[in-house]
Design a protein around this ligand. Structure first.
Ligand code: UDX
Ligand code: UDX
Length: 463
């Protein structure tokens, strides 16, 4: 089948960049991204490409090239589904906040809604691609809905998980380590796989495209994220031990990373991992393991999350302890709120939890993040639902400039590794702060000796 029309449901951090790159690399394919959220679509269509809703280095340039040529953003979901030969589902799958599996299982209600909508609208055979990370065997549920509520048309379900990391999405999409496509072993399934392989072959080498059965593909995504998160929890576990023993976790990471069996990536000790995927996917894995009665497997992976929660709490406890056991009415400046640099995404960011702890201690928190607004910071805290929104409102101070944010502060906490933080005039910041002036570097990005020479009391993770 020659593919000329693709649609993607969900114009988020995954759907948006992925479709933009497909459109850029396949000018002969019309790519339409649809979303229920009108505001989000309007932002994708903003005349000024710098106003697109997702910040990713290089993304606005890709959108500028393809938008209006073969890349379209729309709220007309029905039309896009009707016309497309391949439909990507890239809606969010948050952890359930109610009922069975609350706090662990993935909430698949949006996925199901999409499947029902596709079934209702489709008049010809279609390939439906799971792009969202889903628990193993979700494809089966999608297939059952499509086959039983549809108009008798044939659907092929593929799993094609996304491995891009936010902040490097465009580069990851242009030069992926691999593309994974899972499909049915039947002839029709293999034809569907081939149709999607042909799309990616426009820019990805054949040996980087891996095809599997659907379940392997779904489980590989959860496994990849679990392994990555596990590395961070492993190094973070060692960071606490380093602090007690006089070892330096950065030195330990460098030393073990040179072992080619271990490798040097993803060994950066931090205040804890965040983002929309790691915690959600591991909880999901744990839930799946438990549902098969595999309690030891579940406990093994759950420990990665437990350690991560501990790391965040340890960071906030240390701030309180170091500031003479009280932060009440003290100004503490957060540099960074996003879950990592080069993104405006704040989902599950460690900053949210550290702030939550410090607000419980009546601290005033001045937040400066180059890409995150005060409105978003408050929404993140309100979402935790630990206290009245009015208390969050009076506890969070926001500033346009980092220097203003730091002036008069008792301490600075680095929560995101934005490059610009390293470039700041730290002498100027020191001069404007209360003394002693503390820096708690939750990302180990600043140079301790330089700050100490200025007069700061500097603490990093794991030394
Ligand atoms: C990602 C991945 O797709 C998913 O694998 C992972 O599990 C969570 O994060 P992401 O693109 O980051 O999703 O999510 P988000 O930015 O929230 O985008 C999802 C979009 O889907 C939203 O814009 C939402 O409005 C839209 N949506 C959701 C629909 O259009 N229809 C729905 O029924 C539900
Ligand atoms: C992750 C996976 O990397 C990606 O392949 C998958 O598709 C989605 O989930 P993402 O969540 O965007 O991507 O970011 P990632 O770079 O993995 O970082 C996740 C969190 O771990 C961030 O909070 C980051 O700061 C933290 N981290 C990462 C560390 O604390 N130390 C490290 O060494 C690496």
């Amino acid at each position: 089948m020659k593919i000329t029309k693709i649609c993607c449901i969900g114009a988020g951090y995954v759907g948006g960049p992925t479709m933009a790159v497909i459109a850029q690399k396949c000018p002969h394919i019309q790519v339409t991204v649809v979303d229920l959220n009108e505001e989000r679509i309007a932002a994708w269509n903003d005349e000024n490409v710098d106003n697109i809703p997702i910040y990713e280095p290089g993304l606005s340039e890709v959108v500028a090239v393809a938008r209006g040529r073969n890349l379209f953003f729309s709220t007309d979901v029905e039309k896009a589904i009707d016309e497309a030969q391949i439909i990507f589902i890239s809606v969010n799958t948050p952890t359930k906040t109610y009922g069975k599996g609350k706090g662990m299982a993935a909430d698949l209600k949006y996925i199901e809604l999409c499947a029902r909508q596709i079934a209702r609208i489709s008049k010809d055979n279609k390939i439906v691609v799971e792009k969202s990370t889903l628990p193993v065997r979700t494809a089966e549920a999608i297939k059952s809905i499509l086959d039983n509520t549809g108009n008798g048309v044939q659907f092929q379900i593929l799993s094609n998980p996304e491995f891009l990391a936010e902040g490097t999405a465009v580069q990851d999409l242009l030069n992926p380590d691999r593309i994974l496509i899972g499909g049915d072993p039947s002839d029709d399934g293999q034809k569907a796989i081939q149709a999607l392989v042909d799309v990616y072959s426009n820019w990805v080498a054949a040996d980087k495209i891996v095809t599997t059965n659907v379940w392997s593909s779904e489980l590989s995504k959860l496994t990849a994220n679990a392994f990555l998160a596990q590395r961070i929890s492993s190094i973070n576990a060692m960071s606490e031990l380093c602090e007690k023993t006089g070892a330096d976790v950065n030195e330990v990471a460098r030393a073990i990373g040179m072992d080619s069996r271990i490798g040097s990536k993803f060994l950066k000790a931090s205040v804890g991992f965040g983002g929309s995927c790691f915690q959600k996917d591991i909880l999901n894995l744990v839930y799946i393991a438990k549902s098969y009665g595999l309690n030891e497997v579940a406990d093994y992976w759950e420990q990665v999350i437990i350690l991560n929660d501990h790391q965040k709490r340890r960071f906030s406890n240390n701030i309180v302890q170091t500031l003479y056991n009280t932060v009440s009415d003290k100004k503490i400046t957060f540099l960074g709120w996003a879950f990592k640099k080069d993104t405006n995404d704040t989902r599950e960011s460690a900053a949210i939890y550290v702030a939550d702890d410090l607000i419980n201690e009546n601290a005033k928190i001045a937040v400066y993040d180059p890409k995150v607004s005060r409105k978003k910071v408050l929404a993140d805290l309100d979402y935790l639902d630990t206290r009245a929104a009015s208390k969050n409102e009076t506890s969070i101070l926001s500033f346009e400039s980092p220097y203003e944010a730091c002036a008069g502060a008792h301490a600075i906490a680095i929560l995101t590794e934005w490059n610009e933080f390293v470039q700041y005039d730290w002498q100027k910041i020191y001069d404007s702060m209360q003394k002693p002036a503390f820096v708690f570097d939750g990302r180990n990005i600043l140079d301790g000796p330089t700050l100490e020479a200025i007069g700061f009391v500097y603490q990093s993770i794991g030394s």
